[in-house]
Unconditional design. Structure first.
Length: 422
C-alpha cells in the first residue's frame, strides 16, 4: 500500500518537473530562434528587403498572410525562378510587379532557417507596430530628465550672502564707534592696505602668483591657437553617425573613400548618400532618442540637394552641393596623410576621431596638437605585417630574437620634425 502511494507521488512529481522544464525552455527556444533568424535575415535578406516598407523587394510585414500555402512561401524563398515555373498566380504577379527583378536563390537555407527568419519578421513587425503606436511625448522608453542649470540660483545666493556680510560689517563698525564715544577712547588711525608692513609679504606672493598665472595663460592660449577640441558646428543636414556607423554598422571607409587611398579622407558626395537613400526615404520608428518625423524631414533635404523625386524614383532637377562645415582642420604647415595611418599603420578611425559610432552630432574628440601626435608615435607599435615596413627588417629581426621588446613608430623616425613639417 505504502509503495503504491509512493510510486504515485513520484510519478506526479516527475510530471510536474517535466511541465516546469517545458515552461522554462520553450519561451527561451522561441527567443533563440528569433535571434538566429535576425542573423540570417541580415546575412541574406536585408540588402533587398525591409520589414515595414518597400525596398528593392516588397515589405515583409505580413508575408505569411499573403501566401495561401506556407510550403509555396518556403519554395519561393529557396529558389524563386524555379517556383515561377509552377505557374503560381501570386508568385508571377509579384514577379511582374517588381519589373521581373530576379530574387537570389538560397538553396543553402533549410526549412528551420526559413522558419527562424519568419519568426524574426513576426517579432520585428510587433516591435515596429508598438513603437508607431506610442504617442509623442508620452509612453515608450523613459528618457532621463536633463539636470537643471542652477547657476543663476547660485549667483543670487552669493549676492545675498555678500549683502548680509556688508550689513553686518557696517553694523559692527557702527557699534564699535558708539562704544568708543561712550568710553572716551580715541578713534583708531586707519592705515592704507598697501602701506601696511604686515601685509606686504602677502601682497608680494599674490602679485607673483598673478604674474605666473598670466604668463601661463598667455602661453596656453598661444599653444591652443587654431585648435578646436569639442567643436561640433551645426550642419546643413542633421547627419547622425550613431545611426549610420553605430546602429546600421556602415563601414567608415564606405563613405570616406579617401581614407585608405590618399591624404584626405574625403567628404562623401551626394551620390554616395543616394546609394542607400534611393530607397530609404524615411526614418524607422522605435530607434531610441530619435524622432521619426524630424529625421524623415532631414532625409527629404538629401533629395532636395540631389534633385531627386522620391515619388517617381527619378532625378528631376540639377543636384546642388551640400555645404558641410569642416570640423577637423590641421594648420597649413602640418602634413598629415590618412592612407599612411589607415592603410599602412592599420589604425582604426576611432584612434583620432573618438567613438564616432556613438555621436549623434560629430565633434572633434582630440585636440590634435603636436604633443598629442608625438605621444601617439611613441606608444604605437609598428605593424610589420605590412610590406611598407620591409626596409626595417633589421629591427624586426632584433625583436624576433628578443633583443628588443617592440618597435614603435618613433624608432623609425616618426617623431622627426621633417615628417610633419617639410
Amino acid at each position: 500500500m505504502l509503495n503504491s502511494v509512493y510510486n504515485k507521488i513520484n510519478r506526479r512529481n516527475l510530471l510536474v518537473s517535466v511541465l516546469l522544464l517545458v515552461t522554462i525552455l520553450v519561451p527561451g527556444r522561441v527567443h533563440a530562434t528569433a535571434e538566429e533568424g535576425k542573423e540570417l535575415f541580415k546575412a541574406n535578406c536585408a540588402k533587398c528587403h525591409m520589414i515595414d516598407r518597400k525596398m528593392t523587394g516588397p515589405a515583409l510585414k505580413g508575408v505569411r498572410d499573403r501566401w495561401a500555402d506556407s510550403t509555396h512561401l518556403y519554395s519561393w524563398i529557396r529558389n524563386s525562378q524555379a517556383f515561377l515555373a509552377t505557374g503560381d498566380e501570386y508568385a508571377n504577379n509579384l514577379y511582374l510587379e517588381y519589373n521581373k527583378s530576379q530574387m537570389q536563390a538560397f538553396p543553402n537555407l533549410t526549412d528551420a532557417d526559413i522558419s527562424n527568419i519568419l519568426l524574426y519578421i513576426d517579432a520585428e513587425t510587433i516591435r515596429l507596430t508598438e513603437a508607431a503606436n506610442v504617442p509623442a511625448g508620452g509612453g515608450g522608453t523613459a528618457v532621463a530628465a536633463e539636470p537643471k542649470d542652477n547657476t543663476v540660483l547660485y549667483i543670487i545666493l552669493i549676492a545675498v550672502l555678500l549683502i548680509i556680510s556688508l550689513i553686518l560689517g557696517r553694523t559692527i563698525g557702527y557699534l564699535g564707534q558708539l562704544s568708543r564715544e561712550e568710553t572716551g577712547e580715541p578713534e583708531p588711525v586707519r592705515m592704507p592696505v598697501l602701506r601696511n608692513p604686515r601685509l606686504r609679504p602677502v601682497l608680494t606672493l599674490v602679485g607673483l602668483f598673478l604674474f605666473c598665472w598670466l604668463c601661463y595663460a598667455m602661453y596656453d592660449s598661444a599653444a591652443a591657437l587654431g585648435r578646436q577640441q569639442g567643436y561640433a558646428p551645426e550642419q546643413p543636414i542633421q547627419f547622425s553617425h550613431e545611426i549610420h556607423a553605430g546602429i546600421n554598422q556602415i563601414e567608415c571607409k564606405y563613405c570616406h573613400t579617401g581614407a585608405e587611398k590618399g591624404k584626405s579622407a574625403v567628404i562623401p558626395s551626394i551620390n554616395v548618400c543616394m546609394n542607400c537613400h534611393y530607397v530609404i526615404n524615411q526614418m524607422s520608428p522605435g530607434t531610441d532618442g530619435y524622432d521619426p518625423a524630424t529625421y524623415t524631414a532631414e532625409i527629404q533635404k538629401i533629395y532636395e540637394y540631389a534633385g531627386f523625386d522620391p515619388e517617381n524614383l527619378a532625378y528631376s532637377n540639377e543636384p546642388k552641393p551640400i555645404k558641410w562645415t569642416r570640423i577637423h582642420n590641421l594648420p597649413d604647415h602640418v602634413y598629415f596623410n590618412h592612407s599612411q595611418h589607415v592603410a599602412v599603420a592599420g589604425l582604426e578611425c576611432q584612434t583620432c576621431h573618438g567613438m564616432v559610432q556613438e555621436m549623434k552630432v560629430v565633434e572633434q574628440a582630440e585636440n590634435l596638437g603636436m604633443g598629442w601626435c608625438v605621444n601617439c608615435h611613441r606608444q604605437t607599435e609598428v605593424n610589420f605585417s605590412n610590406a611598407f615596413y620591409a626596409d626595417y627588417r633589421e629591427l624586426k629581426d632584433k625583436m624576433d630574437k628578443g633583443e628588443i621588446e617592440a618597435v614603435h613608430a618613433s624608432d623609425i623616425g616618426a617623431t622627426e620634425c621633417q615628417r610633419c613639417h617639410y
